[in-house]
Design a protein around this ligand. Sequence first.
Ligand code: KG4
Ligand code: ZN
Length: 352
Amino acid sequence: MFCFGFYGKGRSMHILAIETSCDETAVAVVEVRPDGACTLAARVYSQLAEHAPYMGVVPEIASRAHLERLPQLVDEVLAEYGQGFAGLAAIAATTGPGLTTALAIGAAYAKTLALGAGLPFVPVNHIEGHALSPMLADADLKPPYLLFLLTGGHSQLVMVKDVGQYELLGATLDDAVGECFDKVGKLLGLPHPAGPMVETLAAQGTAGMVPLPKPLYDTSLTLSFSGLKTAVREAVQGGLYQPADIAASFQANVAAVLAKKCANALKQTGAATCVVAGGVAANGAIRAALQAACAEHGARFTAPPLKLCTDNAEMIALAAGLRLLHGLVPQNALAAAVLPRWPLESLSGSNG
Ligand code: KG4
Ligand code: ZN
């Protein structure tokens, strides 16, 4: 059990959440209160091995694996939770963005459970889950804060004004940073998703040994990674450099650009706190660079623990609970469609 916050006052609710937007099947029960949250049970089944031979996520394989694993994971989480459906306030699922067929399995399963148990269903935006996830581990973190969202599909600077109120400040023009790590890893012969292995390889090399660009290292909040990826391809094909030095030089430039963008956003918004979230937030060099940029600008820096950086159901349960507490769940939630595209900023001003 992992808890934060002050207990003993305020409303509390237990949420069962299902996350199946990509290649992780995840289920959790989280207690959500206005003043904190507490994971009561959680499981993640990673489909990595199933997708590995194809060097990417295959939607058909993902949905079949979700279908095969989900019932057992839900049973295990409910057994560990121990209070049955009677203890739950709602059942939530990620309904976008993500792979349509993968999303559909988690959403249909959660809706069916909710109907059967007579509980409300809460549709959750996956990116909102990542945006709020640091609150699961940081008792003092409350909006407003600056969010640097770094996943395999998104690279965005977002002002989290409140639960459900998000302003997009800047984003990538092309590849997401995680996607770039994965493509660079592929160029270096590493299996998908290569991000963590690029970091391991970089630790054996020397940054600065390979001349690579720092794209859009300027005062804007716009990011771009495709040029850096192309430069890495040329460095690999040229055969002059050690793979570890290429990885280290690449990672250092990404970290430098992200730190610069973070500093720009802190200057522009005057935010007192900066949060990094998403799978790439697991990268130590990137965390360190962002932490240094925050320290330089007198801002507090926070990042979720590693297990909450990558896809999980705890963040979906937290987002669902906070939406319920803020009265932000649509009335016809059971009719919510799965949305392969669902920008975070589109949530502002609506109830989901
Ligand atoms: O947030 P996430 O689990 O899934 C979504 O995209 O929603 O992020 C996955 C991405 C992948 O591109 C993966 O390679 C990258 O995060 N990643 C990393 C590291 N760990 C995961 N990239 C760089 N360094 C890491 N340590
Ligand atoms: Zn994600």
